[in-house]
Write a protein that binds this ligand. Structure first.
Ligand SMILES: [Cu+2]
Ligand SMILES: [Zn+2]
Length: 215
């Protein structure tokens, strides 16, 4: 099931404007019309592949083999497991494969947070967005963005999401400055509302509704 529609990609394109427009993969001009040739969108250095669509594999040779996979359960505010995610670093970035259910349909912000502690119901224990470069929040923020910022995800009408997100802004290489694999861990958090990509410190994305520990 596709997590995002082309219409949504267009919406994102209009909403974020030029900053995003140059980074949407798979859009090509065709007599002045936009044509989606591949279900992948990119925001700055992040790409969100649509659920179910296969990502173009990294064709680079001589690059390091993919790292070990880090798997995590996502829990909701009642502490129940509602999904899982796996992280794996490839030549083109850290791939986050996400599959979850029992979420409210619609757009939701999702980020890496700085501490690997998910205490329901509010998950404040996960701290702020992962931000080793001391930037402000948001891809559209001139002082942005956090290394842990990610593109919004769209939960379908049945409350399910399956998506693959790629981030070039983090690594899984232990103890690198922007590594998620660090002392104290990190967390992947889904929010109640969409991230507006500009409001510091968390994109006005509302409550933290699901959390998973990355260790
Ligand atoms: Cu967050
Ligand atoms: Zn942020």
């Amino acid at each position: 099931m596709y997590a995002l529609t082309s219409a949504y990609s267009l919406f994102l394109n209009f909403r974020i404007g030029k900053r995003l427009a140059g980074h949407i993969k798979g859009i090509t001009g065709n007599g002045g019309k936009l044509v989606f040739i591949q279900k992948t969108i990119c925001i700055t250095t992040l790409c969100l592949a649509l659920g179910g669509a296969s990502l173009p594999m990294a064709h680079a040779t001589g690059k390091p083999a993919p790292t070990a996979e880090f798997k995590l359960d996502l829990i909701n505010s009642k502490g129940a497991v509602i999904g899982k995610a796996s992280l794996q670093e490839q030549a083109d970035g850290v791939h986050i494969h996400l599959a979850a259910e029992q979420l409210a349909p619609g757009m939701h912000g999702i980020h890496f947070h700085e501490t690997g502690k998910c205490e329901a119901p509010e998950f404040t224990t996960a701290g702020a967005h992962f931000n080793p470069l001391s930037k402000q929040h948001g891809f559209s923020n001139p002082k942005g963005f956090h290394s842990g910022d990610l593109p919004n995800i769209q939960v379908d009408a049945s409350g399910k999401i399956e998506a693959e997100i790629i981030s070039k802004n983090v690594t899984l290489a232990k103890d690198a400055p922007n590594s998620l694999i660090k002392s104290g861990g990190a967390a992947l958090i889904i929010h109640e509302k969409a991230d507006d990509y500009v409001t510091d410190p968390s994109g006005n994305s509302g409550a933290r509704i699901a959390c998973g520990v990355i260790k």
